[in-house]
Design a protein. Structure first.
Length: 207
C-alpha cells in the first residue's frame, strides 16, 4: 500500500481513494499511478498510525515540502489529515505542509472547516478549474450539484484569512483558454488567493 511517495523534491501523502468529484481531466483516468509513484489505488484507507509511521521514514532535510495529495480528496479524511499535519509540525525540522484539495471540504464534512487548517498547513492549493458555475458542474461533476461551486469559493475566502498561502489552480489549454485563465485569475485574487495554471495531461480513459 502506497501511503507516502516522492515526486521530485516533495513527499506526497495518499490518504484515500474517495472524491466527491469526477473531473473529466483527472489524472486518475490515466492509470493507477503518477510520476513513478507506484500504485496509488488503496485496498483500504491507512490508519493515522500507519500514516505517521510512513511519514517518519523520510529525511525532510532532503525535501522541499510534504503534500497531502494522492488519488482521492484528502479532506475526505480531514481528521487524519489534520492530525498528520500536526505531527509533522512537531518535528525538529518541520517541513512545509501543503494540501491539494478540490475546496469542497465544508460539504464533505458538513461543517465549516477552513479555520481548522490554521497553524497546521502552510499552503492550500484549491482546484478552481473555471470561473463559471455551470461549466464547473460539467467539468468536475461534483456529487453536491449546484451547491459545490459557491462552497468552493466560500472555503477559499475563509482559508485565505488563516492559511499563509492559498493558491487556486486551473488546467491550461485546451481545458482553459487564455481568456478564461484571466477571468479565473481575477476571481482568485478577489478571494485572497493567487492563480496557478497546471499542465494539461490528456486522460486516457483507462484505470
Amino acid at each position: 500500500m502506497t501511503i507516502t511517495y516522492q515526486v521530485k523534491q516533495s513527499i506526497y501523502v495518499n490518504l484515500t481513494n474517495r472524491c466527491p468529484c469526477a473531473c473529466r481531466f483527472c489524472l486518475r483516468n490515466n492509470g493507477p499511478e503518477v510520476f513513478g509513484s507506484g500504485p496509488l489505488w488503496l485496498e483500504r484507507e491507512p490508519t493515522l498510525e500507519e500514516v505517521t509511521a510512513s511519514l517518519d521514514g523520510w529525511d525532510y532535510a532532503r525535501f522541499r515540502e510534504v503534500v497531502f495529495c494522492g488519488y482521492g480528496e484528502p479532506t475526505e479524511r480531514l481528521d487524519v489529515l489534520l492530525a498528520a499535519a500536526d505531527h509533522l509540525k512537531r518535528l525538529d525540522a518541520a517541513p512545509r505542509v501543503r494540501v491539494n484539495t478540490n475546496g469542497l471540504s465544508d460539504l464533505v464534512n458538513g461543517r465549516p472547516t477552513a479555520p481548522l487548517f490554521a497553524g497546521k498547513v502552510d499552503c492550500l492549493s484549491i482546484s478552481l478549474n473555471t470561473d463559471d458555475a455551470a461549466e464547473y458542474l460539467d467539468l468536475c461533476r461534483p456529487k453536491f450539484g449546484a451547491a459545490a461551486f459557491p462552497a468552493l469559493l466560500a472555503f477559499t475566502r475563509e482559508a485565505a484569512a488563516v492559511v499563509p498561502e492559498v493558491v487556486m489552480t486551473v488546467v491550461d489549454e485546451p481545458v482553459t483558454s487564455i481568456e478564461k485563465q484571466a477571468r479565473c485569475r481575477a476571481l482568485a485574487e478577489s478571494l485572497g488567493a493567487r492563480l496557478r495554471v497546471r499542465r494539461y495531461e490528456a486522460p486516457s480513459g483507462n484505470h
